[in-house]
Design a protein around this ligand. Structure first.
Ligand SMILES: Cc1cc2nc3c(=O)[nH]c(=O)nc-3n(C[C@H](O)[C@H](O)[C@H](O)COP(=O)(O)O)c2cc1C
Length: 125
């Protein structure tokens, strides 16, 4: 059983590296950095679509994703999250919240992707 507030802390940490892996049309893993990825609640993650194309296609076609967030020295650790695609949204409270934050960094959010958590595993070294 993971500490869900610690999961949130790692995904919120600006020093954390974050990635989403999906499955392409040939069955190969497709991995992409995704700085906007956040835990919404213990069952839900969300990310902003700014530049991604292939990841979006893969989620719409296949629906499976693995998420990763980790920090390196001096605080080594992180989490792997198995998730399934729920939907893309281009309006609503969550979309507005992502848009506000990313606009300040100079990025335009096209839509947000919502993922449902299947399983969360802690990474230790
Ligand atoms: C550190 C970092 C963070 C990124 N965060 C995001 C993000 O939150 N949303 C997004 O759409 N693209 C983001 N990108 C860009 C995508 O990872 C990049 O376009 C990648 O090639 C995925 O695109 P694809 O799904 O079409 O392969 C980020 C790139 C880097 C280097």
């Amino acid at each position: 059983m993971v500490d869900i507030e610690d999961v949130r802390k790692v995904f919120d940490d600006p020093k954390a590296s974050k990635a989403i892996a999906t499955i392409d049309e040939d069955g190969w893993p497709h991995v992409a950095p995704v700085g906007s990825l956040r835990m919404v609640d213990e069952n839900t993650f969300a990310f902003a679509v700014v530049a991604m194309k292939k990841t979006k296609e893969n989620l719409l076609r296949d629906g499976k994703a693995s998420l990763l967030a980790f920090t390196s020295l001096p605080q080594i650790g992180g989490y792997k999250v198995k998730a399934t695609f729920v939907k893309f949204e281009n309006s609503g409270e969550l979309f507005d919240a992502f848009s506000r934050v990313l606009r300040e960094l100079g990025f335009e959010v096209k839509e947000i992707g919502i993922l449902n958590v299947e399983n969360i595993e802690e990474i230790r070294l």
